[in-house]
Design a binder for this molecule. Structure first.
Ligand SMILES: [Zn+2]
Length: 376
């Protein structure tokens, strides 16, 4: 009996321990449920309807309460976390827009407000307002990049640019260096590079009444009308030109070459008396301002037509294509009338040497422009 009792209690004990082992501890179960809640809220996974668990939940109502409590806490914690996340995203977006907007403000809006300042200062001025400091900065930049920039002309550059807003600054500098910001025959300088093939004589650069070229030579009469003289280098080049032209069937004849100061004076006075100074100035040089006084200029015809019709001859076409090979340039063209101050003269050629003539042939420009760019 005792034995059996003992046995019974033994089996009871083992059964109880078995039960205990089968039923998970409250703690253990709690963690499992929490995991499930997490799964439901995040992945929307169906809760595990394990029957043993169900049974157990029914068994302990106290535990049930605890679970719902923890359940609520986790959801709350999750919502809190999400809120923080959204908050962070909003802060990040705000910072990003600030980072983008600040440079835009400085790049676009700030210069605008700077440009408006001179406007207020120039209210009574009719000319369009120019930010002088900005202009000066640009000229300062050109000062470094353009060899022919002249610091002493800075104010003239600014004034000329104001009057010709469509011109780029390089052209402004070239024009002012030529003297175009002032009327013809004002601010006259003595011609530089005297007694050389690169001398410049125009309405801003004059020769003294005593100036005579040092090496005047008479042209071969085959290529001139009467006795005509040119500077040695120009004489040799012209004879070669006329000779080669003749071989190709063209007649180029020198009709006017070196002219003294006094002869030019007579000519100009005659024209001015006939047509008035203003008109005479468009086709005749005042004494001291004629290229013919240098001994490097030659007027030509083709022996048949008047020199004034030379522009309509096949010889003119030949000269346009070949004169540079002998060092001559067409000096007064329609394109550079505003620079030279003369109507175009298809008959007037100037000896400058093959190198310069070739450059001008390839880069059409007046001798004035070439001079201020490369020789001044
Ligand atoms: Zn001439």
């Amino acid at each position: 009996m005792l034995e059996s009792k003992k046995n019974i209690s033994k089996t009871n004990k083992s059964l109880r321990t078995k039960q205990i082992n089968e039923i998970p501890s409250t703690k253990k179960n709690n963690v499992n449920l929490q995991k499930q809640i997490k799964l439901i809220t995040t992945k929307k996974v169906k809760p595990n309807t394990n029957t043993s668990q169900k049974v157990y939940i029914k068994k302990s109502s106290l535990d049930n309460k605890q679970i719902t409590k923890t359940n609520n806490q986790t959801t709350k914690r999750y919502i809190k976390k999400r809120k923080i996340k959204v908050k962070n995203i909003i802060i990040f977006i705000l910072l990003l827009t600030l980072i983008i907007l600040i440079p835009i403000y400085f790049l676009i809006l700030k210069p605008d407000s700077n440009e408006k300042k001179p406007n207020n200062n120039n209210q009574n001025n009719d000319t369009p307002p120019i930010d002088e400091s900005e202009e000066l900065d640009e000229f300062d930049y050109l000062k470094q990049s353009l060899s022919f920039y002249k610091e002493e002309y800075k104010n003239r550059y600014i004034t000329y640019k104001e009057k010709n807003p469509n011109l780029d600054l390089e052209t402004v500098i070239v024009h002012v260096n030529i003297g175009l910001d002032q009327d013809f025959y004002t601010n006259i300088l003595e011609s530089p590079r005297q007694q050389t093939d690169l001398i410049i004589v125009n309405k801003y650069n004059a020769l003294d009444s005593n100036y005579v070229p040092q090496n005047l030579e008479t042209i071969n009469s085959k290529y001139s009308s009467g006795t005509k003289q040119l500077e040695s280098s120009a004489r040799i080049a012209f004879e070669q030109l006329a000779k080669d032209a003749q071989l190709e069937g063209y007649t180029i004849r020198a009709i006017s070459t070196y002219r003294s100061y006094s002869y030019q004076k007579t000519l100009y006075t005659r024209y001015a008396n006939a047509d008035g100074k203003e008109l005479a100035d468009t086709y005749s040089a005042r004494p001291g301002h004629s290229e013919h006084q240098t001994g490097l200029a030659v007027d030509v015809d083709n022996r048949i037509l008047s020199y004034t019709d030379f522009g309509n001859t096949k010889e003119f076409t030949w000269m346009k294509e070949n004169a540079y090979k002998y060092g001559f340039i067409l000096r007064y063209t329609k394109d550079n009338e505003f620079i030279t101050g003369y109507k175009d003269e298809p008959w007037h050629y100037r000896y400058v040497g093959v190198e310069v003539a070739t450059y001008i042939q390839n880069n059409p420009m007046s001798y004035e422009e070439y001079y201020v760019r490369f020789l001044q």
